[in-house]
Design a protein around this ligand. Structure first.
Ligand SMILES: [Zn+2]
Length: 850
């Protein structure tokens, strides 16, 4: 085998030849050379089986020298563009590789960005899943950990950051050499290099055993927006919490957090040098939902320092455990250590709904996935891996007990520090501390795919008392497993002042297709019967007719968590065509003004928007959309001046506005009319939102975009402009966007995703329709020729989801039958088709609703 798509079998074989305890790299990088490549010299030393052969991974445009144990090898013979073949190994080996490596514009490897504000260059690395090999020669698999010493030559005005502390030498000819302390044993995917004239803020945290130096970095042109005090506060709270519950001091020498441009994900857990998407430096007003999300991300990456970086999965099959643990631990620390004490409510509407959506796609898979190779894992950073995993982990914690769970985790860290593990290593400790056998749980929850539906079935006598209450459990035919669920059932009644208050709570185990809740026989039927109250299990939940009517009438009268569970149930019913789009929009309009969690407010506003765009019968869309826009305008007008709610309603209103009157109002806001929505801060990004709406409606064009970009010629401004230009409602604009995104690979990742989003605007169906066949034709080529991140941006983002009609579904289905595609690429198209089919069923429901 050769090539970049490393398989699990190859990784196993290599780990049996190379001694995992022996690997060391010294990596010299020369970042002073130019703007397309940089010098990369790796010296690798490792023990191996004598006489055996292996290879180093490297993806680089030029390899100049390969020296194995003093013998120069001919790069043309041993290097194939992805691997350097090493035959005839000695017991102890030294390899030197001298190469030119390439700067990337896709956010993979060493990304290079030029700030349009001041032309400064900023670099950062992103190595997960397997892109350290784009920077240095290495054994690119998580179980061949290594001590790495980085030496970096950089312009003398730059900061250079890596996993370990580093020092710059004296400047000479405008450059400086940075020497970093050797790292502890790390997997290559969590090593990192960040370099550029970054702005720095420093602090420290007095930890359990040592003082941890803390730093924040962002581009100079963003420095005025960096709210260091708040960021350090969350960071410090996280360390206090994790060092305590994990029973182990922070394992690395310092903790830097770097806010970097054009980042593909939210953040990355590089050991001691976490990178965050720089949108987390808020340059415009955002609601508290964004602050909560950012805190959750900070805590997620911090949890990885122990779970992931200190103790690491052997292979990518256990990626789910890595991500689920970090997600669960982050919400736990959010709730117990910060001001966001409602974190589990947000989790219920965001993570859980993501998990439900993913678990009903044809591509769903058991949480514990079979990851045969790197392509499998690259498309597996999904709602199962992060959100369903975290949901069932939460459930597991409830089952073994919080204290027993954490005691097991502490023992696991202590035993496996700096090593690699698989799921069984964690479970062995959990079984020991809890005294419970986890094999059945493992089988039921981790080894089977699909989600169960729990539906209450009740009968009532003439006096309004229950004669029976049962919970029926079903599963989709493709994934028929029924599971054991621990659930709470809540009975809620209206009080005299209209609140919905829980009268009684019953907790029980559910198994099989039908479970009687005998305790509730004779109980007066409540206004709302809520299955899975307190959110103990992972399941789809249904409401009986009386309860649904109560929710539609008064969802706002519930407390935060049950309200979130009802929003989730309703959203799921919408997606399953059990509730029409029109009813869902009414539910949101009736309840959203009473919703107190900004995270939930934004979630339901987005769901309602999707209901109109995708799930409403096309004939109903215009009326529904106008009703939605008018109601949001009222909500924005009635909201407290300057409040988060005002901003959230105003943004949702703008996205829906279409009438002449609304267009005039948007123009007035842009022109500085402060009386229209008093207290609304007209900042840079809100201006873009307003302008983009005018563009989508054809009420403003390229000139206006150019003018706005002149006011805001920043990285974010360029993204906003790219989105706007692709959303101009003309065939020419769509053709230009298509050309830039698909036919050329010149766009950097951030502009690519912005262009793709603008192209596929949900209200521009007729302009997008001619691209269904070109899209399908392009898929195999895009998958073959682009990097993984770019290919996914294009294939997912340009899938003709917005058309949401039967003809498109049929075209795609027919094409899939004949297409020859790698599994990972096919999966993305199959998921798009499943979304289309779902939209068609929902539209049918909306038709019946009349
Ligand atoms: Zn993570």
């Amino acid at each position: 085998m050769s090539g970049t798509n490393l398989t699990r079998d190859e990784a196993r074989e290599r780990a049996s030849v190379v001694d995992p305890a022996s690997v060391r790299y010294t990596v010299e990088l020369d970042l002073t050379r130019g703007d397309t490549t940089f010098g990369s010299t790796t010296n690798a030393s490792f023990a191996a089986t004598e006489g055996a052969g292996t290879w180093l991974d490297l993806v680089a445009p030029a390899v100049h020298e390969v020296v194995l144990n003093g013998t120069a090898l001919d790069p043309a013979e041993v290097y194939d563009g992805a691997r350097i073949r090493l035959d005839g190994l000695a017991a102890q080996n030294e390899v030197t590789v001298v190469a030119d490596a390439a700067y990337m514009r896709t956010g993979e490897g060493l990304h290079r960005f030029v700030d349009p504000v001041d032309d400064d260059v900023y670099l950062y690395s992103q190595f997960e899943v397997a892109d350290a090999r784009r920077v240095y020669a290495c054994f690119e698999q998580p179980d061949l950990k290594a001590e790495v010493t980085f030496l970096v030559d950089a312009p003398s005005t730059w900061e250079v950051v890596s996993n370990s502390p580093g020092k710059a030498g004296k400047a000479s000819h405008g450059t400086k050499r940075w020497t970093f302390e050797p790292t502890p044993r790390l997997s290559t995917y969590v090593t990192a290099i960040i370099a550029g004239p970054y702005h720095v803020e420093r602090s420290e945290h007095v930890g359990k055993e040592k003082t941890i130096p803390l730093a924040l970095y962002c581009r100079k042109s963003l420095a005025e927006h960096l709210d260091a005090a708040e960021l350090f506060d969350v960071t410090t709270r996280g360390f206090a919490f994790f060092e305590d519950v994990f029973g182990l001091a922070y394992p690395f020498a310092k903790y830097d957090q770097l806010f970097v441009p054009e980042f593909n994900a939210g953040a990355m857990e590089n050991a001691g040098a976490v990178t965050h998407h720089e949108d987390y430096v808020f340059r415009s007003r955002v609601t508290d939902a964004a602050y909560e999300r950012r805190a959750e991300t900070i805590l997620h990456e911090m949890a990885h320092m122990w779970f992931g970086d200190l103790v690491t999965m052997r292979w990518w099959d256990d990626l789910w455990l890595n991500e689920s643990f970090a997600t669960w631990a982050s919400v736990l620390s959010l709730v117990e250590g910060t001001r966001w004490t409602d974190g589990w409510t947000t989790f219920a509407v965001t993570e859980k709904l993501w998990a439900l959506r993913q678990d009903q796609l044809p591509s769903t898979h058991p949480i514990s996935a079979d990851i045969r190779d790197l392509e499998d894992v690259e498309v597996n950073f999904d709602g199962i891996t992060y959100a369903k995993g975290a949901s069932v982990l939460k459930q597991l914690v409830a089952w073994v007990g919080r204290d027993e769970f954490l005691e097991g985790v502490r023992a696991y860290f202590a035993e496996h520090a700096w090593g690699n593990t698989s799921l069984t290593d964690l479970f062995a400790h959990l079984e020991q501390t809890s005294g419970r056998d986890l094999s059945a749980w493992n089988e039921e929850w981790l080894r089977t795919a699909g989600v169960n539906t729990l539906r209450p079935v009740v009968t009532v006598d003439n006096n309004g008392a229950y004669t029976s209450v049962a919970i029926e459990q079903t599963a989709a035919p493709e994934h028929p497993a029924l599971r054991s669920h621990r659930v709470a059932v809540g009975l809620y009644d209206y009080t005299d002042d209209g609140a919905l208050v829980r009268r009684r709570r019953v907790e029980l185990d559910i198994a099989g297709p039908r479970t009687e809740v005998a305790e509730l026989r004779g109980e007066t039927q409540p206004d709302l019967l809520l299955v899975n109250d307190d959110d103990l299990t992972f399941a789809k939940v249904r409401l009986d007719d009386r309860s649904l009517a109560t929710v539609v009438r008064s969802i706002g009268s519930l407390d935060s968590l049950p309200r979130a569970l009802c929003w989730t149930a309703a959203t799921d019913m919408l997606r399953d065509a059990e509730m029409s789009a029109s009813s869902f929009v009414e539910l949101v309009l009736g309840g959203v003004d009473h919703e107190t969690s900004m995270g939930v407010v934004q979630h339901v506003l987005n769901s309602a928007r999707a209901a109109i765009d995708l799930y409403a019968l096309p004939a109903n869309r215009t009326v529904l959309s106008a009703r939605w826009a008018a109601a949001l305008r009222q909500l924005a007008g009635a909201a407290e001046a300057g409040s988060d709610r005002q901003l959230a309603f105003a943004r949702a209103w703008v996205a829906a506005a279409a009438s002449d009157e609304h267009v005039a109002e948007i123009r007035a806001l842009l022109d500085g009319d402060e009386a229209l929505l008093p207290g609304l801060t007209m900042d840079t990004d809100l201006r873009w939102t307003l302008l983009q709406r005018l563009v989508v409606l054809g009420a403003a064009g390229d000139d206006a975009v150019d003018a706005e970009l002149e006011r805001d010629n920043t990285a974010t401004g360029q993204r906003q402009a790219a989105y706007a230009r692709a959303a101009v409602p003309t065939y020419a604009a769509k053709a230009a966007a298509w050309q830039a995104a698909v036919e050329s690979d010149e766009l950097p990742n951030a502009l690519l995703t912005a262009t793709v989003r603008g192209f596929a605007h949900p209200e521009q169906r007729e302009l997008v329709r001619p691209y269904v066949q070109p899209y399908l034709d392009a898929v195999p080529r895009v998958w073959a020729e682009r990097t993984s991140e770019s290919a996914q941006s294009i294939i997912i983002g340009l899938f003709p989801r917005v058309l949401a009609d039967a003809a498109t579904a049929s075209t795609v289905r027919h094409w899939l039958e004949g297409a020859e595609l790698p599994d990972a690429a096919r999966r993305l198209v199959v998921e798009g088709l499943a979304d289309l089919d779902r939209a068609l069923r929902a539209q049918e429901r909306d038709r019946q609703a009349g």
